[in-house]
Design a protein around this ligand. Sequence first.
Ligand SMILES: [Zn+2]
Length: 372
Amino acid sequence: MSRKPMGNSWSSPIKCLDCQSEFPKTGFPHRCPECGGVYDFAEPLRYAPGASGSERRIWRYRETFPLPPGAKSVTLGEGNTPLVSYQVRGRSVYFKCEHLNPTGSFKDRGTAILASALEAQAIERAVEDSSGNAGASFAAYAARAGIHARIFIPSYASGPKRLQMEAYGAEIERIPGPRSAASEAVLEALSAGDTYASHAYLPHGIAGMATTAFEIFEDLGDSPGSVILPVGQGTLLLGLARGFQALRAAKKIQSVPQLIAVQAKVCAPLWMEMIRGESDLVSLEEGETLAEGIRIKSPLRMRALLGAIRASQGDVVAVDENEIMGGWNALAKLGLYVEHTSAVVWPALLQNLDRIREPVVIILTGSGFKSI
Ligand SMILES: [Zn+2]
């Protein structure tokens, strides 16, 4: 039995950035069919916890999400992750344990929203590209929603992540070459009727990521001074920025935290842009790195990312491969077993501890069980 889309009288908060046309209620285009523009939220996100009833975890913030009324929550129990307190050189540091989400990464918050939106529009088959975490997350939520998933991954993606995607029942296409080759391959392979459930092009997941900010605020009772996180496509960074802005608009916090984005030096487009300070966006070669999850040479929402970092009085930090390995070891010695991509935050913390605001929150994005 084929499903029918819902919410025909509902107005989506997602619009094309270029021509302002609303995200359509049938089909699920990854770019605006009118002009080819990129979709995003037309209005700032709102912080309104619990306003729609007795939902738990991220679903307490349902009013923040771009879902039609009555849409089913496609959930695996994501969110509500621990915020663990440490002292580092006498300063207050918290780790937000996003690696403890259902599929072992922060991606689940966003994928839950995207999968719910796909389910509400009766999408039955979807294609995605990923270096691992987004693919594993998408495969799991597609399985939960009964959607057939086909995922394009770079052939270097770690074995555990590929096995995880396959176990959930996704069809896997391994693409040789750099990460960007997988994105190009998926666009070439898209045929009429395929839905490209891209976590980069589609903004739905940003609202899910905003719940990370809401939980940090609710645990601390205030805004942190700064947040350090790995950044590839930057969905998490935009979600955090907009989540803290929503909290400020709701008069829950006075100021937003400094956002400190961390990249691997061999593939650091944001860092290059910040240090060069040029108005033309730079492109660079992507090098091999232990931090495979943030190996993105040209983030789709580059301008928005730089704008959010600058507006927060934040910064971009780039770390080398030795520092990533050292960070991985240091975090494990604190009892925190994360993947190498997540470990970029540790050298960034040590290098910047004396000049960023306290308390510092560090986002641990992916589980160590996914590392080889
Ligand atoms: Zn458009």
